[in-house]
Design a protein around this ligand. Structure first.
Ligand code: PLP
Length: 401
């Protein structure tokens, strides 16, 4: 069955407002079952966790269900799913806990393709403990992150390799599995930023070789809350700062204060929603997630090809290069028009697309484009349509004319 985008769009009530959303990489619209679940949780008697009375048992059930849902979404052990307010906050927490075990002479490897949330925390904790930072470079001509360079970057003092599963600027998917294998051979851990990738792809953290995999639910139809997934034994080796009376077991040890039960109910609903994107697939939730995300990726990739080809055919438009097979995220500039001006012209046509560096700070620095405003980013999500791509192309043509 072809991907039924009309059916999918019907699950996103906010589409009724009529905007064209090419802003999903900054946060997607929320699926109706998610808002229903959040509201239902807030209307119900849900108390802070206790096994003494029913409302207190409910919060425990909500947390457990959300851990299972995230484990099904990315492939992992529910007992290794840690929740936090954002991917950035979780990455800082993991970086601090890991760096407690590092010292001068130890090394971390980061990449210039990454969102700054998977760069700066490592750079800052490394500076604090006297560890050395080594940089993986992307190829500005192709947008690829050559995996071969890691043979030189990784050595016996490497403690951690931080790497994105997909660029939020241009969609590039580095060969995480090969790079992780090189890291593991040297005894290093691998921290994968899955914030962009999880929205678009079937994910298997084990196949990627991710020791840690971080993802944010607001990028995949859910609420503003994030999760970091690792094996329980990996978490057990870390001792973060924590309150004396709070649980010391894993994963709770890493979750500070009371979790947002309503948003966690939304996380479970979001994963259920994603699992149902392709209604023809059957099986357990993990199998349905993998098949549905595969179908969504095939559909979105088709739109991204239309968009790239259409933009490339417009005189004066510069599309930032990216290797084939990436996430459906396209950055471009129109002649001498500052990206912000282009984005405002698109907004006047009801089209939402961001301009700037989108926190892909090192990428835009290296491209020499940051100081002049970065780029306009059109990110496609599975609720976009070919008609919307055509509208975007018409609006860009008008700016270029
Ligand atoms: C690739 C990538 N990593 C990390 C982040 C940061 O996520 P959060 O807002 O949950 O901290 C983003 C947000 O845009 C992102 O796109």
């Amino acid at each position: 069955m072809p991907f039924d985008v009309a059916r999918v769009r019907a699950s996103y009530p906010a589409l009724a407002e009529g905007y064209v959303h090419f802003d999903g990489a900054a946060g997607t619209l929320v699926a109706a079952p998610v808002t229903d679940a959040v509201a239902a949780t807030m209307r119900a008697a849900v108390s802070n966790h206790t096994d003494v009375f029913e409302p207190g048992r409910r919060s425990g059930e909500i947390v457990a269900a959300a851990r299972s849902a995230v484990a099904d979404l990315v492939g992992g052990d529910p007992a290794g799913v840690v929740f936090g307010p954002s991917a950035t906050a979780l990455t800082y927490a993991v970086a601090r806990a890991l760096a407690d075990r590092w010292g001068p002479g130890d090394e971390v490897v980061v990449s210039r393709l990454d969102h700054d949330a998977n760069v700066r925390p490592w750079v800052q904790v490394a500076a604090r403990v006297g560890a050395t930072v080594r940089w993986a470079e992307f190829d500005p001509e192709t947008g690829a992150l050559p995996a071969g360079q890691y043979a030189d970057l990784i050595g016996e003092r490497t403690r951690l390799v931080a790497l994105t599963a997909a660029s939020n600027a241009i969609g590039t998917r580095p060969d995480v599995a090969a790079i992780a294998a090189a890291a593991h051979a040297a005894g290093a851990l691998v921290y994968v930023d899955g914030v962009h990738a999880t929205a678009h792809l079937p994910i298997d953290t084990a196949a990627l070789g991710a020791d840690f995999y971080v993802t944010s639910a607001y990028k995949w139809s859910g609420p503003h809350i994030a999760a970091c997934v690792a094996a329980p034994a990996t978490w057990s080796a870390l001792r973060p700062d924590k309150l004396m009376p709070s649980p010391d077991e894993v994963p709770d040890r890493f979750e500070w204060g009371t979790l947002s039960f309503e948003l966690l109910a939304g996380v479970t609903a979001a994963v259920e929603h994603l699992a149902g994107l392709d209604p023809d697939v059957t099986g357990d939730r993990r199998a349905r997630v993998l098949a549905s995300m595969g179908a969504a990726h095939a559909y979105s990739s088709g739109l991204a090809r239309l968009l790239r080809d259409g933009l490339a055919a417009i005189d004066g438009v510069r599309v930032l290069p990216a290797p084939a097979g990436g996430c459906p995220t396209v950055s471009f500039r129109v002649g001498d028009s500052p990206p912000d001006r282009t984005a405002r012209a698109l907004a006047a046509e009801g089209i939402c697309a961001y301009a700037g560096d989108n926190y892909a700070y090192e990428y835009f620095q290296r491209m020499g484009l940051r100081a002049s405003g970065g780029a306009v980013r059109a990110s496609i999500y599975h609720y976009n349509t070919a008609d919307e791509v055509a509208r975007l192309l018409d609006a860009v043509k008008a700016v270029a004319a």
